[in-house]
Design a protein around this ligand. Structure first.
Ligand SMILES: [Fe+2]
Length: 250
C-alpha cells in the first residue's frame, strides 16, 4: 500500500515529536504493509514549512530505516489566498513527490468565499488538488465537495474514519462517500503511533469487503501510485446521484 498523507517528519508540526517516534511510525507502517510513505507536514498559520529541513529529515530517516520502505516528500497544504502565490510559484516544494498532486486541507469551521476561485486557479496551473478528509467536515461535504470533484479534484478519506476512530458521524460519512463514488484515496493522516497511527490494513480490508477488491486496490495502491508519478488516476468514476432527502408526512 502507498500512504500519501502522514505527519511522521519529526518536530515540524503536531505529528512525530522526535526522530525516535518518526522511526517507530515508519516501522509500524512498513509492518502493516505500506511500501511508500509521503511525509506531509502542515503548511498553515500555525506551522512554518521549510523544504530544506524536510529534505534533510527525509534523508536522515531513510538512512535509519533502510530501503524496505520508500520515504517521499509532500505537504498538507492549507488553502488560502495568502498561501496560493507560494504554491503557484514553487509547485514542487509542496506537491506529492514534487509532481502535480497537492494535498489540501480546509478549516473545520466555515469555508472561505474565495475557495472555489482558488481551486480554479490551482487547476488552471496544472495542479491537481486532493481534498482531504471531507468525512470530518460536514460543511465541505454539503456545500462544495461535488463541485470540486466535478472540476477534477480527487478526494482522500482517512483510514481511521472507516474503522470508527473519529466517531460514528465520520464513519457513516466516509461510507456514504464511498458508496456515492466520491473517494479516490484512503490515507492514514498519521500523527503518532497510538492515537492516530500509520495503519491502513484494517481500512483496506473493510473497503475490500464492502466495495470490492478492485476498489480497494485503486484507493490504496493504484491511485496513490499514479499521483506519485503525476499521471491521471486510473480510478476516477462518475459519482452516483446524490441521495434525495425523504420527507414523511403523518
Ligand atoms: Fe494531515
Amino acid at each position: 500500500m502507498i500512504d500519501i498523507h502522514s505527519h511522521f517528519l519529526p518536530g515540524l508540526d503536531d505529528g512525530a515529536k522526535s526522530v525516535e517516534e518518526a522511526v517507530a511510525m515508519i516501522e509500524m507502517a512498513a509492518g502493516d504493509g505500506t511500501t511508500h510513505l509521503v511525509g506531509t507536514p502542515h503548511c498553515n498559520d500555525r506551522f512554518a514549512f521549510s523544504p530544506e529541513r524536510n529534505r534533510a529529515l527525509l534523508g536522515e530517516l531513510q538512512e535509519r530505516v533502510g530501503n524496505g520502505v520508500v520515504l517521499l516528500s509532500g505537504c498538507d497544504f492549507h488553502v488560502s489566498y495568502q498561501n496560493l502565490e507560494r504554491v503557484l510559484t514553487e509547485k514542487a516544494t509542496y506537491t506529492l513527490n514534487q509532481g502535480t498532486y497537492l494535498l489540501t486541507e480546509f478549516a473545520n469551521y466555515g469555508i472561505a468565499p474565495q475557495t472555489l476561485n482558488i481551486f480554479h486557479r490551482l487547476r488552471l496551473n496544472e495542479l491537481v488538488p486532493i481534498i482531504t478528509h471531507p468525512e470530518r467536515n460536514r460543511l465541505l461535504r454539503e456545500k462544495l465537495l461535488r463541485r470540486l470533484v466535478g472540476m477534477g479534484c480527487p478526494v482522500q478519506i482517512t483510514a481511521g474514519s472507516l474503522t470508527g476512530r473519529f466517531g460514528a458521524e465520520a464513519q457513516q460519512a466516509a461510507e456514504r462517500l464511498l458508496t456515492e463514488r466520491l473517494v479516490h484515496f484512503v490515507a492514514s493522516d498519521a500523527h503518532d503511533t497510538r492515537r492516530r497511527p500509520p495503519r491502513l490494513s484494517r481500512a483496506r480490508a473493510r473497503v475490500a469487503a464492502k466495495w470490492g477488491e478492485e476498489v480497494a486496490r485503486a484507493l490504496f495502491v493504484e491511485n496513490p501510485r499514479a499521483a506519485l508519478d503525476s499521471r491521471p488516476l486510473p480510478y476516477f468514476p462518475e459519482p452516483a446521484q446524490k441521495r434525495k432527502r425523504r420527507f414523511w408526512f403523518f
